[in-house]
Ligand binder design. Structure first.
Ligand code: GLC
Length: 647
């Protein structure tokens, strides 16, 4: 290994370097509060490794070691350079003037262990932890248990069905503990599975429906632990071949590992995967967005807003936003990502600006705007969020929307238009409209396409992106309604035997070969390539509740309830109508189980469900920062555009 060799730090692989000058090192070092060195866990060793030491936390159990946040990293010896991991996060959004997050709020942030230590109600107390909490002034009873007869009466007064009973049992069995406290759920918990791959990990995105199920049942502890522990992992040193992705990235998943010590002792360590072990080394862009969304949901449902107000939690939000809002080469307000950066975490031709990422990004921005503590340090960030929300919603509503009328427009597009006033801005060749779409698009309804790039529209229907656009009001109220109309009209294709298709239609033949790279797992109508994913049920349910279409949600839930227990709660289904349990589908997949439970609870607690979605924000529609609207010479393209789509 060369001078930049990886080193082991408390059993963790660390490495990768971002060189700064010795002068900057001194300058930054001088900003470390003088009393920090006296902190019992602060480490500044002669090798230049600075940070918080691993600390034993006796409250968490005798053998529990929690790796605490590494504040500043490695001196790269021989090169006289140093990496400062989290000393200062400078954002370059527009005017380069967001807070320097760690200098102001981070270097003296306590290691999370200390923070968790002091929290009441956090350390595992299995039975008492199932406490009911107040929801907006109303006592939420969650469930009441009739121990004599073994029956559980849900809050709406009916007895829990067999499927629900089994689902709760399985969900609880999937709970992962760390130092005696619940911190998440396994992706899948199939006792018959010999090769768990990484399904024995806690995935950030997969945990969301589990979290909602627990929250809706009145059990906030696991969610709170999850949020705090994953926050701690956010600043972990991570590398792929000595290159570090941006600070603020949340892992795709984590695992609790038991590491042997001397004399028959062991310790538990949280081991995150930021994509460095994931198949294809995909970047989990959606993890941070889901984390923000869940943080807001936790506050809304439990009423515990203190968590999101904590300094280090605020810092966590800002780090994620800094990553998302930093300037790049983009021409669009949508987020530019690589293939496989979300629920579809394999090559599926969704690189660029996939809808799923855009709708989660939009939701996360809306959540952050609600949760950020307003002060001098955050006001530029909030301004940037508002500008981005406005530009993003315009972009998606105007350019991603298709219905029969719009397709006809594209069909008649002129091409090679050079000017700022072009109608066919992205130079889409009409020949790109696929044959299936011409036949398929109904008279009523429409949807947001999967992706938009120069000269490229991906016309596939991606379910999660469309549903989450409804939930977050990324689409207009009319568009949101139309999406559900289309799902209704195309029920057999999009729901069929099992809600719901991850995308429609499948890539087949030459397209499959070229776009997926001949992926044998993503064969036509299987897995990510047109497979049916029961976990999408909860997002569908939420969207239906928001739009007042609960009959559709009930229809889907009934279908799922009949099949899922009999099929052992599969991860996905295959074939054009979702008839067969997927070729390589895991059984006892946790987000299938939790998605089903959450859907039922949302339908029976619609007031609570309303805490999880957003209405149209009319003020956002008026924001335009391009500065052209008032100048006589050029017209702002947004105002010149078909503005009827905005309402
Ligand atoms: C698959 C899915 C991904 C999920 C993971 C764990 O890779 O594509 O979305 O998070 O399995 O269930």
């Amino acid at each position: 290994m060369g001078p930049c060799s990886r080193i082991l730090f408390h059993g963790k692989k660390m490495g990768s370097f971002n060189f700064i000058s010795a002068a900057k090192f001194d300058h930054l070092f001088s900003k470390i509060p003088s009393n920090l060195g006296q902190h019992r866990n602060f480490l500044k060793d002669p090798d230049g490794v600075l940070g918080f030491r691993q600390v034993k936390n006796s409250n968490l159990g005798p053998n529990c070691v929690q790796e605490s946040r590494v504040l500043v990293g490695l001196i790269c010896r021989g090169l006289g350079s140093v990496r400062f991991n989290s000393t200062s996060v400078e954002s370059r959004v527009n005017e380069n003037s967001f807070e320097r997050i760690y200098v102001q709020g981070g270097l003296n942030v306590k290691p999370l262990v200390d923070v968790i230590d002091k929290d009441e109600n956090l350390v595992g107390r299995d039975e008492e932890s199932r406490v009911a909490f107040e929801v907006e002034g109303k006592k939420d009873v969650g469930v009441s248990v009739n121990f004599d007869e073994g029956e559980v009466v849900v809050s709406s007064g009916r007895v829990e069905t067999e499927a629900e009973k089994e689902a709760w049992k399985l969900l609880r069995e999937a709970v992962v503990s760390y130092c005696g406290s619940p911190v998440g759920t396994l992706a899948a918990n199939d006792p018959g599975e010999k090769l768990p791959l990484n399904y024995d990990q806690v995935f950030i995105r997969d945990f969301v429906p589990s979290a909602l199920a627990f929250l809706l049942k009145g059990e906030g502890e696991i969610v709170r632990n999850f949020l705090l522990h994953t926050l701690q992992l956010q600043s972990w040193e991570k590398t792929v071949d000595c290159y570090s992705p941006g600070q603020g990235l949340m892992p795709a998943s984590f695992k609790v590992r038991t590491v042997p010590l001397d004399e028959n002792k062991y310790e538990e360590v949280l081991d995150p995967d930021f994509g460095e072990s994931a198949i294809g080394r995909v970047a989990p862009v959606d993890s941070g967005l889901w984390w923000i969304i869940l943080l807001r949901a936790y506050g809304k449902i439990t009423g515990d807003y203190a968590l999101q107000e904590r300094v280090h939690v605020q810092t966590g939000i800002k780090l994620i936003l800094n990553l998302c809002l930093s300037d790049g080469f983009d021409m669009f307000p949508s987020l530019l990502v690589t293939d496989g950066s979300c629920m579809i975490d394999r090559r599926m031709g969704i690189h660029g600006h996939p809808l799923e990422i855009q709708s989660l990004f939009y939701s996360a921005l809306r959540c952050s705007r609600e949760m950020l503590t307003l002060d001098d340090g955050s006001k530029n960030l909030v301004r940037a969020i508002n500008n981005r929300l406005s530009a993003l919603s315009f972009h998606i509503r105007e350019y991603y929307w298709v219905d029969i009328k719009k397709i006809n427009e594209i069909y008649r597009y002129k091409t090679e238009e050079y000017s700022t006033t072009a109608t066919n801005k992205f130079n889409i060749y009409p020949e790109q409209i696929p044959n299936w779409l011409m036949d398929w698009i109904p008279e009523e309804g429409g949807y947001l396409i999967g992706n938009l790039q120069p000269a490229h529209m991906d016309f596939r229907f991606f379910t999660l992106g469309n549903l989450w656009s409804i939930v977050s009001s990324l689409g207009t109220p009319k568009q949101n309604n139309s999406i559900l109309n289309m799902i209704d009209a195309k029920w057999d294709d999009l729901v069929g035997h099992m809600p719901m298709k991850i995308c429609y239609p499948a890539l087949e033949f030459e397209e499959w070969r070229i776009i997926t790279g001949s992926d044998p797992k993503n064969t036509p109508w299987s897995y990510h390539n047109g497979g049916s994913w029961p976990t999408l049920l909860w997002q569908f349910t939420l969207a239906c509740i928001k739009m007042g279409r609960t009959e559709l949600a009930w229809k889907a839930v009934d279908l799922a309830e009949k099949k899922l227990p009999a099929d052992h709660w599969p991860e996905y289904y295959d074939t054009r109508n979702g008839k067969f349990v997927g070729k390589q589908s895991r059984l006892y997949q946790t987000w299938t189980i939790a998605g089903f439970l959450t859907s039922k609870m949302l339908l029976e607690n619609q007031e609570r469900a309303s805490l999880l979605f957003w209405d149209e924000d009319y003020e956002l529609l008026d924001i335009c920062v391009c500065g052209l609207s008032n100048s006589g010479r050029k017209r702002c393209s947004r105002f010149a555009a078909r503005s009827q789509i905005l309402v």
